[in-house]
Design a binder for this molecule. Sequence first.
Ligand code: SF4
Length: 70
Amino acid sequence: MKKPEIDLTNCVLCEICTDYCPSVFRLNVAGFVEVMELEEYPEADINEVIKNCRGDCLFWVENEYCINAG
Ligand code: SF4
């Protein structure tokens, strides 16, 4: 499964990702953007955010690891 990742060293906290896709991106208590753990990510919406990310620091990774509750 593909998962969005953030290179926080280049994130300028423009909050485009958290505004456009609040179900995927959120600001954590430390003030950094983080990606929520979801079973699926809305690909078209995230591609739009990737295009508009001011820090050019969002990208997809292949996530081979499976979240299993038991
Ligand atoms: S859109 Fe990019 S630069 Fe803006 S807050 Fe999100 S990750 Fe950071």
